[in-house]
Write a protein that binds this ligand. Structure first.
Ligand SMILES: [Zn+2]
Length: 123
C-alpha cells in the first residue's frame, strides 16, 4: 500500500517537473532570439525581456520581465526555475530568491532529477 502511494507521488512530481521543463524550453528560445536581436546598438545589458512563468501549471500564461543576465543566472543551475509570485508548488520545490517581479525556485528530489535530465544546457 505505502509503496503504491509513493509511486503515485513520484509520477506526480515527475509530471509537474516536466511541465516546468517545457516552459524552460520556451524561455530558452526567447533568450536566444533576444540575444540575436540586441546587438551593441540596443546597448544596455539590463534591457528586459518578457519570459514565461515556468511553474508546473501547463495552462499558466503569466509573463515575467527579466534581463538576459538575470535569466542566465537562473539557467546556470539545472534545478532552478523562474516563476511568478504565488505559483510555487511547495511539494517539489523551494524558493531561493525573491524579487519584486518574480521568484527563483530550486527543485527537490525526483523533480530535481527530472529537471536536470531535461536541462537543455547540458545536452
Ligand atoms: Zn505560472
Amino acid at each position: 500500500m505505502a509503496v503504491e502511494w509513493r509511486e503515485m507521488d513520484v509520477a506526480h512530481a515527475e509530471r509537474l517537473a516536466r511541465n516546468e521543463s517545457l516552459f524552460r524550453e520556451v524561455n530558452e528560445r526567447i533568450n536566444e532570439v533576444a540575444g540575436s536581436l540586441s546587438p551593441d546598438d540596443l546597448g544596455a545589458d539590463d534591457h528586459r525581456y518578457e519570459f514565461v512563468c515556468e511553474c508546473s501549471d501547463p495552462h499558466c500564461t503569466e509573463r515575467l520581465v527579466l534581463s538576459r543576465g538575470e535569466y542566465d543566472q537562473v539557467r546556470a543551475d539545472g534545478t532552478r526555475f523562474v516563476l511568478a509570485h504565488g505559483h510555487v508548488t511547495a511539494e517539489i520545490e523551494h524558493v531561493v530568491e525573491r524579487t519584486d517581479d518574480y521568484v527563483v525556485i530550486e527543485k527537490e528530489g525526483v523533480a530535481a532529477e527530472v529537471a536536470t535530465g531535461l536541462d537543455p544546457r547540458t545536452t
